[in-house]
Design a protein around this ligand. Structure first.
Ligand code: ZN
Ligand code: ZN
Length: 124
């Protein structure tokens, strides 16, 4: 039973219930607060929108070269709101917002209990 719990804990959640039409919300599967963020790539040269992919959190255009001007340079833009034109080009990233750092909290180990703190400054 213990091993099963450990395994489930380590599995990554895809946050499937946070659908693209939502802005943000708590994922009912893992309890994390998820924000939907849309990204689009644009040709740096002529400015046309490029069809965009995402892999391992990295946003990049689907094609290597701009179909309008042939440039290889591109820039990534974050969209505040998705609309029905951009949705054909944009990619969605489900970002986990950590309001409280529960897992990363620092732990202090007290090794000597009898030692008085030496750095206390006394103002007379
Ligand atoms: Zn989740
Ligand atoms: Zn271009």
């Amino acid at each position: 039973m213990f091993l099963t719990n450990l395994f489930n804990f380590k599995r990554e959640c895809a946050h499937d219930k946070i659908t693209p039409n939502m802005d943000s919300g708590y994922c009912p599967d893992c309890g994390q607060y998820i924000k939907n963020e849309w990204y689009i790539t644009r040709c740096s040269c002529c400015g046309v929108k490029l069809k965009t992919n995402i892999r391992n959190g990295e946003v990049f255009p689907q094609y290597h070269y701009c179909m309008n001007c042939g440039s290889k340079e591109y820039q990534v833009e974050k969209l505040e709101k998705i609309n029905f034109i951009d949705i054909n080009f944009a990619v969605l990233q489900k970002k986990v917002l950590k309001a409280e750092l529960k897992t990363n909290s620092t732990q202090c180990w007290q090794e000597k209990n009898n030692v008085q703190p030496k750095l206390l400054i006394q103002y007379l």
